[in-house]
Design a protein around this ligand. Sequence first.
Ligand code: KIV
Ligand code: ZN
Length: 405
Amino acid sequence: NLTSLEQQTEHSTITKKENHTVSEKVYIFDTTLRDAEQTPGAALNLGEKLEIAKHLAKLKVDIIEAGFPVSSPGDFDAVTRISNEVEGPEICALSRVIEKDITAAWGAIKDARKPRIHTFVGTSPIHREQTLQMAIDAVTYAKSLSAGHPGAAIEFSPMDAGRTELSYLYEVVEATIAAGATIVNIPETVGWTVPSEFGKLIADIKANVPNIDRAIISVHCHNDLGLAVANSLVAIENGARQVECTMNGLGERAGNTSLEEVVMAIRTRRDYFSDYYTDINTKEIVPISRRVSRTMGIPVQPNKAIVGANAFAHSSGIHQDGIIKQRNTFEIIDPADVGWQESQIILSPRSGRNALRHRLGALGYEVTPEQIEKIYARFLEVADKKKEVHDADLEAIMRDEVRSI
Ligand code: KIV
Ligand code: ZN
């Protein structure tokens, strides 16, 4: 029963965002097949990539970054197959600002209904050589290759934007928009900035790049300080309308912005993020999270928000009692909304009689108030010996109980 939570959120909507009635879409750009595939040990074969891409289309992501075609013939083939066989999202291919990369990227995606070339170059002093002209030339070339295609788009990324001097960043962004980029992605390549700083960076770009309104501002955050999701959310509040992210937050080093966390933050905190929405079909989140974990061979940490095994598991007696009476006492998301079957109550020495009675009821046992005392005492003996009491243990306790009557 979510009524009280909804009332509470409705109330804060009225107080916080009085004048806003129209929500703007935040585009979800999934880079599981490109940045997450760079996770050590996560390489996928063509069939696996195709299956994940089809599942991402079911999840209704807006853009799939399918790979980096110049990097290998296998990657080129995978991007080509995804472009030809996956319906719905835009299909994006990555390239450096080098002609042969851009030619390969376009070669792999040209038959997609909505192809996108994503070209990038390092712009911070650590990465920079003569990048301004290279960036302009790359966008101009990508634009010329895709000119005859009605659905094509060009995205440009000044890599390591978080450590690039502002004046140079404005100049590159302005010049690449003038050359034809319609999406400018601001990568936080090494996860350097903290949310207030990154939010200000996006606001500054919006305020200081004259033609910024001709492009969508995108963000691509890495998680080296565990701030990728926070940085992406604050970027949305400051003008970003595309978030680049991956399933389970996988990606280089500590990973990328986690798709499921950003999407569920916007959806769950509708009161706070009332100006924004995504088109994600959230019921597909857990199924695709599992598929990605299985196929890449990278287990999801149990306490991972939304998709971890413990995300909807309740272990303390007080929490279990609360959940049984009213779900939203200790859960802010309905597990069914993200594809879990139900919340889990973990029976342990910290569980109370109510949780025990509830689980026994699910197993088909109606117990009287007199019986529960005796069964609970036996339950605690078992629970003290084991970390968790499973259904088989409860069945054994109940068999003994029936025999003793
Ligand atoms: O992290 C990064 O900067 C990237 C770019 C290619 C966008 O992955
Ligand atoms: Zn990246």
